[in-house]
Design a protein. Structure first.
Length: 499
């Protein structure tokens, strides 16, 4: 059975989706989505164990058609970590969604919500595991179309406008990727990524290949919400149901960041990308812009959900900086921040969901006196906020530390300063929330918004939030797995390249 895990990790949620539609029951849909996510997580962890215990990569030929003639699923340390991250985030957030989704989504559409969730999970896992460039586009569309629907299913009409903006930008990005893949196929006659990496160097100087590389990288940047192609992200995260915001913040942009690394460093090759095309400079500039613009925007908003959305833009900038640095330490920092930012931002969104559940508001005023009214939620928020800032003993500190080391190794001290400055900006915008939590006056939610609103937070929501907050501490202290995987994956991606 283990031999088939590379394909089963995708098939399990894909097969669960139509069952949910047939049953047309929201509770059944949530249970099926949770079971499928847990099974995918178990298979992902098994494959991660295999590739960290010595196996360089796991190759699975669909239909016994050997690559490059057939479609290959290929698992190495980088995408094994991404598979575990995506399925794990899905499982934990579904615990949270069990109670919040019925509040945010019309009851007659709840089963469709979970069917789309499963299709989105299928697409994200498929993007990570496939070794075929055209399959990347196919799975990208599966995840994207279901994501647009998930955002639009929120009861408020503004969610439909946010989903439409997301659809426009997502369609442009997907079209760019498809054009780029088509150009590379025209020049090489293959779609297998490993085979592309072998066939591209002799023809890398041609205009068609250069254009194909450009189309793919711009399209992936749009999916990643990398500045200045980020305008869909604040609206989508803010207007989506809170469980969807938590799920997307921890998975969608992270899988796109994985694609950026896979194409730029593995398929095109680090030497070609950095030395010939010099893509490191625009990626670093985009990362700097994202970190600054996202941090500045987060300082100016009172809507905490929008604050978290702009903060995500800044954190995506850090991932881009790691890729653009182009050294083993820098790329490892990008990989680490893919993992660590997923933990911290998902925890923050679920903590916000707990506040929304009890007081019905996502403004700064809702956090007044939270430490006394909801001490466990306040503690989870504080831990995740500390991780986002980069306080030692949290996961966020580890990735920012390696990012600064990578910048200093290249002699790019302005980048190190930028990381420190934007981290101080995070202290300010997270500090204004923390100040209200621990020092603000208590708000009589039951009197001001109606006693029916001020309900105790369900145990499943609180458990998911505390689990994510605890993960930020655990992976900030025990870094053996994440750092080892990130460094070995970065070494394999760069394949001996020295900037």
């Amino acid at each position: 059975m283990e031999d088939h895990f590379p394909v089963l990790v995708v098939l399990v949620p894909l097969m669960a989706a139509p069952l949910v539609v047939i049953a047309a029951n929201g509770a059944f849909g949530c249970a099926m989505a949770f079971i499928a996510s847990c099974l995918s997580l178990a298979m992902s962890l098994s494959m991660l164990g295999q590739v960290t215990d010595g196996a360089m990569a796991i190759s699975y030929a669909l239909g016994d058609w050997v690559a490059p003639w057939g479609i290959e699923y290929r698992v190495d340390r980088l995408n094994a970590l991404v598979l575990a991250l995506v399925s794990g985030i899905s499982a934990v957030v579904l615990l949270f969604a069990w109670r919040t989704a019925p509040r945010n989504v019309a009851s007659d559409r709840l089963y469709l919500f979970y069917a789309c969730w499963l299709l989105c999970l299928t697409g994200l896992l498929g993007i990570a595991v496939t070794g075929d460039a055209f399959n990347v586009f196919v799975f990208l569309e599966i995840s994207s179309l279901s994501t647009y629907t998930l955002v639009s299913l929120a009861k408020r009409r503004s969610a439909q406008w946010a989903a439409f903006r997301y659809l426009i930008m997502g369609t442009v990005g997907a079209t760019f990727i498809l054009i780029g893949v088509g150009l590379l196929y025209m020049m090489t006659g293959t779609l297998n990524m490993a085979d592309l990496a072998q066939r591209l160097p002799p023809i890398a100087h041609t205009a068609a290949v250069r254009a194909g590389v450009g189309f793919i990288l711009v399209g992936v940047a749009a999916k990643m919400a990398l500045f200045p192609l980020h305008m869909w992200l604040p609206h989508a995260y803010t207007q989506a149901p809170i469980a969807v915001s938590a799920f997307l913040a921890g998975t969608a942009t992270k899988v796109a960041a994985y694609l950026m690394m896979r194409f730029a460093l593995s398929v095109f090759g680090a030497a070609y990308s950095f030395d010939t095309l010099a893509i490191g400079t625009p990626i670093v500039l985009a990362g700097c812009g994202a970190a600054l613009v996202g941090s500045l925007a987060a300082l100016q908003v009172d809507d905490v959900k929008r604050l978290l959305a702009y903060s995500s833009l800044a954190q995506i900038g850090y991932i881009a900086l790691g890729i653009g640095i182009g050294s083993i330490t820098g790329v490892a920092a990008g990989i680490l921040h893919v993992f660590n930012h997923a933990l911290m931002k998902t925890a923050l969104f679920t903590a916000l969901g707990c506040v929304l559940w009890q007081c019905g508001s996502q403004t700064l005023q809702a956090f007044n006196g939270l430490g006394r009214r909801m001490p466990l939620t306040a503690l989870a928020w504080s831990v995740a906020a500390a991780s986002l800032i980069g306080i030692p003993l949290t996961a966020g500190f580890i990735s920012k530390w390696y990012l600064i080391l990578g910048a200093l190794e290249r002699g790019w001290w302005p980048l190190a300063v930028l990381v420190l400055v934007t981290s101080l900006m995070a202290v300010v915008y997270m500090g204004k929330v923390l100040e209200r939590i621990w020092l603000g006056p208590a708000v009589e939610w039951g009197r001001e918004r109606g006693a029916a609103v001020a309900k105790p937070v369900p145990a499943s929501m609180l458990a998911a939030t505390l689990l994510l907050a605890g993960a930020n501490i655990y992976f900030g202290i025990d870094t053996d797995l994440t750092v080892d995987v990130a460094l070995s994956a970065a070494t394999a991606l760069l394949a001996g390249y020295a900037p």
